[in-house]
Design a protein around this ligand. Structure first.
Ligand code: SF4
Length: 381
């Protein structure tokens, strides 16, 4: 394990804040949840909302959701007063749905217990639902200019390179956390945190770090050693297991499809779903899945094509059966009937609806393929 010496860290820490802050003043990203350098920090509500949305999710994917949430719920009190189902539906497509449930719980805690004011310390923020160590540090630094060590994936990469940390992730995390703490300055810590994030996102990128443009090139051990592109090292991941599901695409004469609400806890908790068989390790043979159909007396026909969706811990291979039902019989079935193109659904469910026969499919039918999250290499559920 390569551990930078105390002297090296102290020397580098002292050397990086001035050029990084000067670079940040000129090159900071313009993002709707940020305030430009030299102006008052952004509202904690905006910082918190953006940081929760950005967990496991890219900036471009978050942008429209952030705008939508702010327009609909401009303050934390507005969000707290909203029905949780509305918040979940507005979140549909952003993935990792436990975040939305905790977002709502957190808004209620801040609105009722704290009169709408977010705590201004890491410790206080950590007591709120859905706020972990990274998010607490980010809010404390960005919204309150506290010298909190903010360590997201971008900052991990920059630090691993600056100090040539060759221990692979995730084992290197404690060391990187220590380095983040040691390098955080007392002056302008919020801008420093955002500068490190921006540097990782725009210059010290995963594949081709642009060291010639980097304000920290003089201090960077990985650049000196010619190993920047190979850092941070990563422990090889085990292959992702595969599960199989058969989706039941049941349609009324008006084209509406049967949907159900999932239980509040667990994967995709509280979201609408297309009924399906259990998601199991073994593929379903022809006709085998029908025992799990939401209605028995239906002429189920295999839908053409197949879809795949990659979750964090497994990939789901989906085939589908399509059936039609009369309006009177449909009224007897538990569930919600919605036009397929209008329902607020998680991405995996949209892919299931993408298997509807062409003459019944919604406009803008999603392509039948895996949709990977470009930032993390996996799909938004
Ligand atoms: Fe990253 Fe290169 Fe800058 Fe080092 S010099 S921090 S590797 S961009």
């Amino acid at each position: 394990m390569t551990v930078p010496t105390v002297a090296t860290v102290a020397q580098t820490a002292a050397a990086i804040a001035p050029p990084l802050l000067a670079w940040y003043d000129r090159q900071h990203r313009r993002l709707p949840w940020r305030s430009p350098p030299g102006t008052p920090p952004p509202e904690p509500y905006r910082v918190w909302l953006s940081e929760i949305m950005l967990q496991q999710t890219t900036v471009p994917a978050v942008m429209p959701y952030f705008a939508k949430f702010l327009a609909r719920w401009p303050t934390v009190h507005d969000l707290a007063a909203a029905p949780v189902e509305d918040v979940m539906e507005a979140w549909a497509g952003l993935g990792y749905y436990a975040r939305a449930r905790n977002l709502h719980k957190c808004a209620q805690a801040v609105s009722t217990r704290l009169d709408g004011r977010f705590p201004d310390t890491v410790e206080g923020l950590l007591e709120l639902p859905g706020i972990g160590a990274y998010t607490a540090a980010a809010i404390a630094a960005i919204a309150f200019d506290r010298p909190a060590a903010v360590l997201d994936g971008n900052v991990e990469r920059v630090l691993a390179r600056l100090f040539a940390v060759e221990t692979p992730l995730p084992q290197a995390k404690p060391e990187l956390r220590r380095l983040a703490g040691l390098t955080t300055p007392q002056q302008r810590p919020g801008d420093f945190a955002q500068g490190m994030m921006d540097l990782g996102a725009t210059v010290c990128t995963p594949r081709r770090p642009d060291c010639l443009l980097c304000p920290l090139q003089e201090s960077c051990a990985a650049r000196r050693q010619g190993i920047a592109e190979s850092l941070p090292r990563k422990t090889e991941k085990k292959p992702r297991p595969v599960r199989h599901a058969v989706a039941f695409l049941l349609q009324r004469p008006d084209g509406a499809v049967l949907l159900r609400r999932r239980p509040p806890e667990g994967l995709l908790g509280g979201m609408l779903e297309v009924p399906s068989t259990p998601w199991r390790d073994l593929p379903w043979s022809d006709g085998e899945g029908k025992a799990h159909a939401p209605a028995a007396a239906i002429d189920w026909r295999p839908a053409a094509g197949a879809a795949e969706h990659v979750f964090t811990h497994f990939a789901l291979k989906i085939t589908a059966l399509h059936g039609c039902i009369g309006a009177a019989e449909a009224a007897e079935i538990d569930g919600l009937w919605q036009p397929p193109g209008k329902a607020a659904l998680p991405t995996v469910m949209k892919k299931m609806l993408g298997l509807l026969p062409a003459d019944t499919a919604p406009a803008g039918k999603p392509a039948v393929r895996s949709t990977r999250n470009p930032r993390r290499g996996r799909a938004r559920p």
